[in-house]
Design a binder for this molecule. Structure first.
Ligand code: 6R9
Length: 588
């Protein structure tokens, strides 16, 4: 094992980053992106108009793929012009700096134009998952006092009309497809709105620290939290897309996330635009054959996706890959949940490419840890340049008290090295760090201790300096005195050839405090049986030892996931214990 070089957060061997990335600074990056000294800073200008000004306007920004194989392309110049028009239309409607614009529609051209147009005039953009029903829409729009909503006529009729009276701040509803349904009272039509708008530049001078994006995220308890991000976050999107995804101007990039999830905004829209790459946008949801066809036919070079999708592809069996080739694909990255080592091995066999894990949160706004050159299957990687990560233990027993000076684990002086398990904490600030939970200042304050942001994730750092996911601190199980991270158990179960996916919970137990129960789904050609159950129990016991191995294993057809692909252990637990299911607004 190589010795740790003093003062390095990355370890010394192998060097995960080329020298020019290690030497990077936020100030130099801002300069590279054309940020001037006059204090004006607009992420949409950096993402789009900057390329037009530099003579790159004819490059393709987005290639949209419709349900019916229809394709359309939008150049940087067209995106700049359309977003100007939408921005000017918003201004004409009285929407301005700091006003909140909500988006509720599938991944189609108008959504992308609207995001950039609203950002240009300093409005705050909040994208909702298109599959949300009325209640999650109402909750989020009411919290933020949304003034304008962009949606489709069918979503409007089914989901928004029933709650519109409960949204007193909502002044305008813009429908992007007034077709068929006929005009609806008290709504505006996208085409007429854009036709009437002047096509001069819509830029309103915004500043780096002005609010730009609002992403709702669910906690274990309480209402969804609206994490607010500012214009300069795009510095993080740009830097991390290069560092962690190796995204370059010539790439054909496919980020499979919907903009309703932070990944679909930071990396589905802003990062590839800032870089000047071409993004493929697929309107459809996951479909194994469609996805593989898309990767192959569109010549995707960099693919950013999530473990659940990868596991669904694995479940589809090797036959899916017959006769397919992916010569263009040079990078696969994953985010959102633990990436098991088997999925990495499968990708190496199926695509001839490893999968590089990345770790981040709605709150961090951009990737913080990533497997770059030194990909260790199953590990999340190491802090990116500009990110300083520590492992801490909160003092006091409570999850939110005792934050004043958390104990640093495995530290020697300034160095954050050495093997340890603790809560992942990041030194603040960085450009895409969230600036508020809208209207919930105490919950925001509870995320910080001194200059550290506390992530709420338990993580193990190994002797090489690689980070491994252990679990959300709130999902952690205390069984017979042992702290068990559900993810460690799930990882072992998924290493068994019969298992596609596993979700692990603690079941209250008078003796042990909690016992460990696992729910597993099986691969496509595997049949559940008592013999298999015993085999899995034995396998887990062998790998994990009796203190950590599940006592019970149940076979399931599927596991509950959030729309961003995370297993909802909280829901598995509630269903197991017959408790109320709580806030299910993000359930897929
Ligand atoms: C981008 C995003 C954040 C939570 C995070 C952690 C989990 C994210 C992960 C991962 C294991 C990874 N998570 N990346 N767990 N391995 N590579 O996912 O944001 O929806 O806010 O979720 O997701 O628990 O704390 P968000």
């Amino acid at each position: 094992m190589p010795a740790q070089a003093p003062g390095k957060y990355y370890g010394s061997e192998p060097r995960p980053f080329p020298n020019e990335l290690l030497a990077f600074s936020w100030a130099a990056l801002a300069q590279e992106l054309g940020v001037t000294e006059d204090g004006a800073f607009n992420m949409a200008w950096i993402a789009v108009d900057r390329h037009v000004a530099a003579g790159r306007g004819e490059r393709i920004a987005f290639r949209f793929l419709g349900e019916d194989e229809r394709r359309s392309e939008l150049s940087y110049r067209e995106l700049a012009q359309l977003s100007d028009r939408f921005g000017n239309a918003l201004t004409a409607l009285g929407i301005g700096r700091g006003d909140c614009v909500f988006l509720l529609c599938e991944r189609r051209c108008e959504l992308y134009v609207a995001v950039l147009g609203a950002l240009k005039i300093g409005a705050v953009v909040s994208p909702l998952f298109p599959a949300f029903g009325p209640e999650p829409i109402r909750n989020r729009m009411a919290q933020a006092g949304g003034k304008l909503l962009l949606t489709t006529s069918s979503a409007y009729r089914r989901k928004v009309l029933p709650i519109r009276e409960q949204l007193p701040a909502l002044q305008h509803v813009v429908l992007i497809d007034d077709l068929g349904a006929g005009p609806q009272a008290a709504t505006l039509d996208w085409d007429s709105l854009l036709d009437a708008a002047p096509d001069r530049p819509a830029l309103v001078p915004t500043a780096a620290a002005d609010s730009a994006l609002l992403h709702f995220t669910s906690g274990t308890t309480g209402t969804p939290k609206g994490a607010l991000h500012v214009h300069q976050a795009i510095l993080s999107h740009y830097a991390t897309a290069r560092q962690a995804l190796d995204l370059q101007v010539d790439d054909v990039f496919w980020c499979t996330a919907d903009p309703g999830w932070v990944t679909g905004m930071s990396y589905g829209i802003l990062a590839p635009l800032a870089i000047g790459a071409t993004s493929v946008v697929d309107v459809g949801d996951f479909d194994a054959v469609r996805w593989l066809t898309l990767l192959e036919r569109e010549g995707v070079t960099v693919w950013y996706t999530a473990p659940t999708a990868l596991r669904l592809l694995i479940k589809g069996g090797p036959g899916l890959f017959a006769g397919r080739h992916f010569p263009a694909l040079r990078r696969i990255a994953s985010v959102g949940e633990p990436l098991n080592a088997e999925a990495v091995a499968w990708a190496e066999a199926s695509f001839g490419q490893t999968i590089r894990d990345t770790w981040w949160q709605t709150e961090t706004g951009a990737i913080m840890l990533a497997n770059t050159q030194s990909a260790k299957p199953g590990a999340m990687g190491r802090p990116l340049p500009g990110v300083v990560a520590h492992l801490v233990r909160r003092r006091g027993d409570s999850a939110v008290d005792g934050l004043e000076s958390p104990e640093m684990l495995g530290e020697k002086g300034e160095e954050a090295v050495g093997e340890a398990v603790g809560e992942l904490a990041l030194e603040t600030p960085w450009p895409s760090l969230f600036r508020a939970y809208l209207g919930q200042p105490e919950r925001y304050r509870a995320c910080f201790a001194g200059n550290l942001y506390l992530s709420g994730d338990l993580v193990r750092r190994d002797a090489d300096g690689d980070f491994w996911f252990v679990g959300r601190s709130d999902d952690v199980i205390k069984s017979a005195g042992h702290l068990v991270g559900p993810c460690e158990v799930e990882r072992v179960l998924m290493a068994h050839p019969a298992v596609a996916e596993a979700g692990v919970i603690g079941k209250p137990d008078a003796l042990a405090g909690a016992t460990i129960k696992a729910f597993v789904t099986l691969k496509h050609d595997v049949v559940a049986s008592e013999a298999l159950r015993s085999e899995l129990l034995a396998h887990a016991r062998r790998q994990l030892g009796p203190a950590v191995a599940p006592r019970e294993i149940a076979f399931a057809e599927c596991l509950p996931h959030t729309r961003s692909g995370k297993i909802m252990r909280r829901l598995l637990r509630a269903r197991e214990l017959g408790e109320p299911e709580g806030d299910n607004s993000t359930l897929e």
